[in-house]
Design a protein around this ligand. Structure first.
Ligand SMILES: [Zn+2]
Length: 128
């Protein structure tokens, strides 16, 4: 039986997606879709399975995120990505004028850069 949940105007149902990298089928679950919407994102179907997301370097380009927290004294913070995971950002990555009062849940665009310490968000600017 296929489960359908009504959320706003969007009917949710598990979707089967073929991974664009390994060709494996995976489920884009109702939970994943609801989480994206709760975070205020447009619901975007992932193109890669979870395994390939970890292996394949991120595609260049802007992604939507939400500020999770930012501490001016520390000079860094974390933002929440569309898949619900968090990513580090440094104050130098943030558009001028947005600091120092970068509030929780501020919608932003960002890009991902892989550094020696792992992925971090760069080019963080406000999403209007
Ligand atoms: Zn895959």
């Amino acid at each position: 039986m296929t489960q359908i949940i009504q959320g706003g105007n969007v009917p949710y149902r598990d979707q089967f997606v073929t991974c664009g990298h390994c060709g494996k089928q995976f489920v884009f679950s109702i939970e994943d879709q609801r989480r994206q919407e709760l975070l205020g994102f447009e619901i975007i179907r992932p193109e890669l399975c979870a395994d390939c997301c970890k292996k394949v370097p991120p595609q260049p380009g802007l992604r939507p995120g939400l500020i999770k927290w930012y501490q001016e004294e520390k000079g860094f913070g974390f933002l929440t990505q569309a898949d619900g995971s968090e990513i580090f950002f440094h104050r130098s990555a943030v558009e001028e004028g947005l600091l120092p009062e970068l509030k929780e849940r501020t919608p932003v665009w960002y890009e991902i850069e892989i550094t020696e310490r792992g992925p971090q968000a760069i080019n963080v600017h406000q999403r209007v």
